[in-house]
Design a protein around this ligand. Structure first.
Ligand code: COA
Ligand code: MG
Length: 290
């Protein structure tokens, strides 16, 4: 699966910001049709994306579009307009059930056929942002093979819960943990919450590192200044890569001589530590670092 260390939202009705996003070297760009767009700009946003997405050079960035949710009366028109211009993927907000995912996946299949696109070429990423979605995580995560990642929508979830957001985020910690756990259980990526205070880069770095330590593959961002610190936090450091390579070299040597567990620099190395080292190398490769 491709690296999605930072996923940058850019309003779909703003050509200046879309052009800017295309030059930021960010792993994923998500052109927004949903909550970042005023109701009276929805059509304009759809038209702007239809004009720009096929024409603009997005470099190595993934091109995603966030559509409006099921029940919004905008979703059919969003899908009908966006699928034929071949985005890399669709972000589906406010999902609450596996049925929601199946309905969208089926509609994408039909549109792929009509546009002569290979079946499954447009991937789906779903946003978990309500109490009901959390309770139904398993059926949502397994509803379609099109789904590649689960996104944690902390702000909407807090509203739904009647929770008050705090800097530490303890009030949404159960959700943050449940989402990454379900993603990993079903072979998906998990993408962590947005830090809306985009001027506070120290808190952003802390939050990104915390997400990475929990197992998240990346984080949503809303401002260009957030891209680099977040991508850095989700890329294994040089020290981690050197250490992982050393563990793997020693592991292969010890396997040949028939020893499972062994000591390295005063620490016991066995299967989970080896898997962790392999995962560091994989993430470094996905980020283009090895
Ligand atoms: N994508 C691309 N470019 C962006 C951007 C984004 N998300 N956010 C800001 N920029 C650009 C600005 O246009 C500006 O460009 P310029 O220097 O060429 O004029 C530059 O980055 C600096 O922006 P700044 O002036 O600091 O911010 P702003 O006041 O223009 O915008 C926000 C602040 C929050 C409105 C803006 O960051 C934004 O729209 N973010 C995304 C919101 C969104 O999509 N929300 C829904 C998902 S949670
Ligand atoms: Mg939301």
């Amino acid at each position: 699966m491709r690296a999605r260390r930072a996923l940058l939202y850019t309003p779909g009705d703003d050509p200046h910001k879309i052009n800017k996003a295309a030059n930021l070297e960010v792993d994923s760009i998500c052109l927004d049709l949903e909550d970042g767009i005023a109701i009276n700009r929805k059509t304009k946003a759809r038209e702007t994306i239809v004009d720009l997405l096929p024409e603009l050079d997005f470099g190595r960035s993934e091109r995603l579009v966030r559509i409006n949710p099921i029940g919004s009366s905008l979703i059919e028109e969003d899908l009908d307009a966006i699928c034929p211009i071949k985005p890399d993927g669709i972000l589906l907000p406010k999902v609450v059930s596996g049925e929601h995912v199946e309905w969208v996946a089926d509609r994408i299949s039909k549109l792929e056929k009509q546009s002569n696109l290979p079946e499954g070429s447009i991937i789906l990423i779903v946003i978990i942002e309500s109490a009901l979605a959390l309770v139904n995580l398993k059926e949502i995560a397994t509803a379609s093979t099109r789904v590649e990642a689960l996104i944690f929508g902390a702000e909407d979830l807090a509203v739904d819960l009647g929770a008050e957001r705090s800097k530490s985020g303890w009030e949404v910690f159960y959700a943050r943990s449940a989402i990454v756990t379900h993603a990993v259980a079903f072979g998906l990526q998990a993408i962590d919450l947005v830090n809306i205070d985009f001027k506070d880069l120290d808190n952003l770095r802390f939050s990104a590192r915390q997400g990475a330590k929990m197992g998240y593959a990346g984080k949503q961002v809303i401002h260009p200044d957030q891209v680099h610190p977040v991508q850095e936090a989700f890329t294994p450091s040089d020290e981690q890569i050197i250490e992982a390579k050393k563990i793997l070299d020693e592991f292969y040597k010890h396997q040949e001589s028939g020893r499972g567990a062994f000591a390295l620099d005063g620490k016991m190395i066995d299967a989970p530590i080896v898997k962790s080292a392999q995962s560091i190398i994989q993430r470094a490769k996905a980020a283009g670092k090895v």
